[in-house]
Design a protein. Structure first.
Length: 65
């Protein structure tokens, strides 16, 4: 199921990394995943019960390509 967040909320959410870059819905491999992905560092943050968990400790690191 894709993340369902209001557009206004998605506009103000930012990655907690030092760059504070915007987030996009899904992951690079799965745009319907329940994650928000940083457009700068590429970490993916889970969305649980409709609530984004924006903690670096909870982030999924990007896979090495």
């Amino acid at each position: 199921m894709a993340v369902q967040l209001e557009a206004q909320l998605l506009e103000i959410l930012a990655c907690p990394c030092p760059e504070h870059a915007p987030l996009q819905v899904g992951t690079p491999d799965d745009p319907d995943a329940d994650f928000l992905t940083c457009t700068s560092c590429r970490r993916s943050f889970p969305v649980r019960d409709g609530i984004p968990v924006l903690l670096l400790d909870e982030a999924v690191e990007p896979s090495a390509e």
